[in-house]
Design a protein around this ligand. Sequence first.
Ligand code: NAD
Length: 283
Amino acid sequence: MLMDGRELAKDIKAKIKAEIDDIKRIYNVNPTVASILVGDNQASQVYLNSQIKSYQDLGIGVQKYFFSEEISEAYLLNLIDKLNKDTEVDGIMVNLPLPPQINVTKVLNSIKLVKDVDGFKAENLGLLFQNNEGFTSPSTPAGIMALIEKYNIDLEGKDVVVVGSSNIVGKPIAALILNSRGTVTICNIYTKNLAEKTKNADILISAVGKPKLITEDMVKEGAVVIDVGINRVNGKLEGDVDFESVQKKASHITPVPGGVGALTVAMLLSNILKSFKANRGII
Ligand code: NAD
């Protein structure tokens, strides 16, 4: 069965819009997000354009802070400090990557907790690992969980293998699955005999960025296969999974595009709504 991220994203966005419209009617305020972009990374631009389109669709205001590669870390930290103090700004979105002269961790950790709409701040990730209700989940892992829920996949006692261990996808999705009672194995580039691990997976999640990394022989019959990878191959988007062959074996599989990727912006919008309500004291 194909796991359709686009349909689910549409439903999630419609619910968020209805709530924002209600808040606007009652309190006469609307959410504002500050979006920071440094340099001209093509993938960041594509993601940013889809964020801005969604902000417009949902009536979310956006303050754009776009800089050239040369900007200093001190300048960025000073800007974030001002945005943290600005009561009209509900969320701060730092589009990654940042250039090498800027310490990414330092910048992400400088965002006020309530305005951390990306959920990448150390405090947020710590709360997530504690399974403390107060955390904001990073958007892509939240999108994966939304798909798992939508297709009624029970995680309790399931063997889940996550390939890729980045701070933005692999580690947080592993924590979310642990919190939902799954048994998680996290793999990375150093994993010996990857296929041996993936073949045990009831649910296999790949977040690497290598086309056709996951082939049919690496997948258990009837497994749920979730492909987070985005690779441009001959001008077309592909995931990490060899979709044609693996789909014959999987009980559920996400397409690329139209799977997890379609949900990332929807989950970011959901985080913005949460920050907006918390920042303005709206219950
Ligand atoms: P990253 O480069 O930060 O991390 C990649 C991870 O894969 C690392 O942990 C690395 O050790 C591991 N890895 C590399 N080669 C491997 C191999 N041969 N076997 C096993 N593990 C291997 O990447 P990221 O930012 O986590 O992104 C991963 C992929 O997901 C990329 O294709 C990215 O474009 C995509 N992505 C998609 C979305 C979305 O919305 N769908 C969001 C974020 C990232």
